[in-house]
Design a protein. Structure first.
Length: 432
């Protein structure tokens, strides 16, 4: 009964989100807020209704959370097995090598059906359009598209639809930097000026670590009023850097946190300068090809035939945005299945060593590590990132100690993807 009431409240609250949500993206408003906010807030009038809802269902502001991730989570090596339907629940013992407390090894079919029904209801209310993948313990529970990838041609979203990732791109950029450090090509404590030609004197104290953790003090160029004039046209990394390299620092490097895109544009430039390859080519060679992420890459100026068209609201095209204007801060595209391949690889040593992963998810300020937010949700360790840009809203959460992955990709920029992910997690954990 409580779950049914909660679902109804979220569906009704989602309707209000269309009116209340602010698109924090390159269309003019600050993109910096996309992971700082708790996706969207839902306000209820009745105190009695609030009392029925577990306080941890909705996201707690990241700035109020402090958590250190377990360094031992990689002892479990799941198999990757994609499915298009929910499997029948089967009991299986947890691996004896696992250092974690016992956790549910399956999610009942009834819970998966409730998740699917909730997502379809949101779609029917024009609050969601996209693809969702939910997996636990190496088994895909839900892998499905909802709504339309292209309303003009009535093309449906599927599990293979490509979506622009927005700031989920940052997780890949951070991983690329750590791979280069693992190869000895750079060190995150080095000054950025060691890898950037014509580096400003004021940037000498800024390290790669500061860029990764949004603590460099460099202003966020997508906040600038003039950005709206260039976001629709292709831009080079040098042109993007020229937008902000003359501005004074907002604070001393390392002394504060401010989420933004300038630092990750510089990280992309560092990757290109160190490797002699384009950002897109290096990520393909170092990450996408080894993991067989064949539907992942740098987005083209115009969406391709397999890429979802972006919408501000259902049927209303979003303002055009050229992904090159976000570069290494938000320019990639992918599918839920490709992201799942990547997620599963992070449980193993196939791509990075355990200490590299630990560095990536160790928070510095405001619980932000290297391309990931680390927090507590429903009493579980959550490593996650969200993204929002013109025509796209994305969210990926890893509850690694429970081996639960939730991926929500939407071609509606106002879709409350993080709230959706939080509700899915609550349903699954409540079932255990």
């Amino acid at each position: 009964m409580m779950v049914r009431l909660l679902k109804s409240i979220i569906v009704m609250g989602g309707a209000a989100l269309v009116l209340l949500a602010t698109c924090s993206g390159p269309s003019g408003a600050p993109l910096q807020s996309e992971t700082d906010r708790a996706a969207h807030s839902i306000t209820l009038d009745k105190a009695a209704d609030i009392a029925l809802i577990p306080a941890t269902v909705f996201a707690t502001p990241y700035a109020q959370q402090t958590l250190t991730p377990s360094p031992n989570r990689r002892s479990i090596t799941p198999s990757i097995q994609l499915a298009t339907t929910a499997p029948s629940p089967t009991m299986s013992p947890s691996p004896t090598s696992s250092p974690f407390p016992p956790t549910p090894t399956f999610t009942p079919d009834s819970v998966v059906a409730s998740i699917d029904t909730h997502l379809q209801e949101l779609t029917d209310l024009n609050l969601f359009s996209g693809s969702v993948l939910v997996a636990q313990s190496g088994t895909v529970l839900l892998n499905k598209g909802y709504g339309l990838a292209n309303y003009e041609h009535a093309l449906p979203n599927t599990h293979l639809t490509r979506f622009r990732l927005a700031s989920l791109t940052k997780s890949f950029t951070a991983l690329a930097i750590l791979l280069l450090q693992d190869q000895g090509a750079l060190a995150v404590q080095d000054s950025v000026c060691a890898y950037l030609p014509d580096c400003r004197a004021a940037w000498q104290p800024i390290t790669i670590h500061h860029l990764l953790t949004h603590t460099s003090g460099i202003p966020n160029y997508t906040d600038f009023a003039g950005f709206a004039n260039i976001e629709m046209s292709p831009a080079t990394p040098a042109q993007l850097i020229a937008l902000f390299d003359d501005f004074p620092l907002e604070f001393a490097p390392g002394s504060a946190y401010r989420y933004g895109n300038s630092g990750y544009v510089l990280l992309g430039a560092i990757i290109e300068n160190v490797t002699g390859q384009s950002y897109a080519d290096f990520l393909h060679e170092a990450i996408f090809a080894p993991l067989r992420m064949n539907n992942t890459g740098f987005a083209a100026s115009t969406p391709g035939s397999h890429e979802a068209a972006g919408y501000a609201n259902v049927g209303a095209p979003a303002k055009p945005l050229d992904p090159s204007t976000l570069f290494a801060a938000g320019g990639l595209y992918s599918t839920v299945e490709d992201l799942y391949l990547w997620d599963q690889a992070l449980y193993t040593d196939s791509l990075i060593a355990a200490d590299v992963y630990t560095a990536m998810v160790t928070p510095f300020r405001n619980n932000y590590g290297y391309g990931w937010k680390v927090s507590d949700h429903v009493g579980r360790l959550r490593v996650a990132h969200s993204g929002i840009m013109s025509g796209s809203a994305t969210y990926l959460a890893r509850y690694s100690e429970d081996m639960l992955t939730i991926i929500v990709l939407s071609n509606l920029e106002n879709a409350a993807v993080e709230d959706m992910g939080n509700y899915i997690a609550w349903l699954i954990f409540a079932s255990g």
